[in-house]
Design a binder for this molecule. Structure first.
Ligand SMILES: [Fe+2]
Length: 347
């Protein structure tokens, strides 16, 4: 089917569009991109695809919806919204083009100077998400960390604009689990909580960067170990439990990361009662914000959809966090958890 036929069929609601992003058959060459992140009435610089069911219900296929250099017409967007289609796909090889396109979208939103905090935050978050995908797979991490710093600073500025923006954090969280989505969610929750507690921009930036790169070490763990439902051997468990240190090492090699960020990455699985890993540090030996990154990381783990487990509601997740007791005391520091609950309930 060519692009015109696909549009015709799609607008007539004759295609079996896959609305969820779950992918039963592992990674594909296509990455999801939300309709909201696209510039309506502007030319695209890459091709967009729609994900539909194939003849075999277990299979999916990607049909071309819009080609590079075509304009996304406003009337099409209206139809798509009515059909409940909020997501398209692009080919992984176009990642650089998509990042540049989202950057242009942000510039356009700046020039227009309209007060659209939600739209701007949404594009910022998508931009950060794809930039992170590129940096995690790049051999030159240092250059990307500098970019990430600029992006997190921008996110902090937007969230600081007014108290209404801070509430939007909860709407921006990704539901579907990927390493990148999870990292972005933890970053949003981490800086959101820091700003809610009136911490400085600099402190929020340290937290944001640490949250963004906290699981970088997982990129060096074989994927097969991360998603295997069967029990792991002690050595395999050790490999996974060492990912905070691996992440710390990778960041150290890049030579451009503040030392506090590296420390937080190393400590992001340390518990308040000293029962965490990889070092089992007691609370007074941890960085003062290790308890924050530990908490927001766990919260996002519980509330996001994972391959082998249903997502919990925010309330159920908070209950789990409150009830988690280690061999000695609570796993999550009491005051941090109380503040997080207040942040969640922000009116
Ligand atoms: Fe982790």
């Amino acid at each position: 089917m060519n692009v015109h036929n696909v549009r015709q069929q799609l607008f007539a609601n004759r295609l079996k569009v896959k609305r969820r992003n779950f992918n039963a058959n592992g990674a594909t060459s296509y990455l999801p991109l939300y309709l909201q992140a696209l510039m309506v009435g502007e030319k695209l610089s890459f091709s967009l695809f729609v994900k539909v069911s194939a003849d075999d219900p277990q299979e999916v296929k990607f049909l071309p919806f819009l080609e590079a250099d075509e304009v996304l017409e406003p009337s099409w967007v209206d139809i798509l919204k009515k059909l409940g289609i909020n997501r398209f796909y692009f080919h992984r090889r176009d990642l650089d083009l998509v990042i540049a396109y989202l950057n242009n979208h942000l510039l356009l939103l700046d020039i227009r100077q309209e007060d659209l905090p939600k739209e701007k935050l949404f594009v910022l978050v998508e931009h950060l998400n794809f930039s992170l995908q590129r940096s995690f797979s790049s051999p030159h991490l240092g250059r990307h960390i500098h970019l990430a710093q600029i992006q997190v600073e921008r996110l902090i500025l937007e969230l600081q604009r007014n108290s209404a923006s801070l509430k939007l954090v909860w709407e921006l969280l990704y539901q579907h689990y990927t390493l990148y989505n999870h990292s972005i969610n933890v970053c949003l929750l981490g800086i959101g909580l820091m700003l809610f507690l009136h911490k400085s921009r600099h402190e929020s930036l340290i937290m944001g960067l640490a949250c963004l790169f906290h699981d970088l070490g997982l990129t060096k763990v074989p994927e097969e170990l991360l998603y295997r439902p069967e029990p792991l051997t002690p050595e395999e468990k050790e490999t996974i439990r060492n990912h905070p240190y691996r992440g710390y090492q990778l960041l150290k090699e890049s030579k451009s990361v503040p030392s506090e960020v590296m420390q937080l990455v190393w400590e992001h699985h340390e518990n308040a009662d000293g029962s965490g890993y990889p070092r089992g540090l007691p609370l007074d030996k941890q960085h003062p914000w290790t308890r924050v990154i530990r908490l927001v990381n766990e919260y996002d783990g519980l509330t996001g959809h994972r391959p082998f487990r249903q997502a919990l509601t925010p309330f159920a997740a908070l209950k789990v966090l409150q009830d988690q007791v280690g061999p000695n005391r609570r796993i999550f520091e009491h005051r941090t958890l109380k503040n997080f609950i207040r942040f969640l309930a922000v009116p």
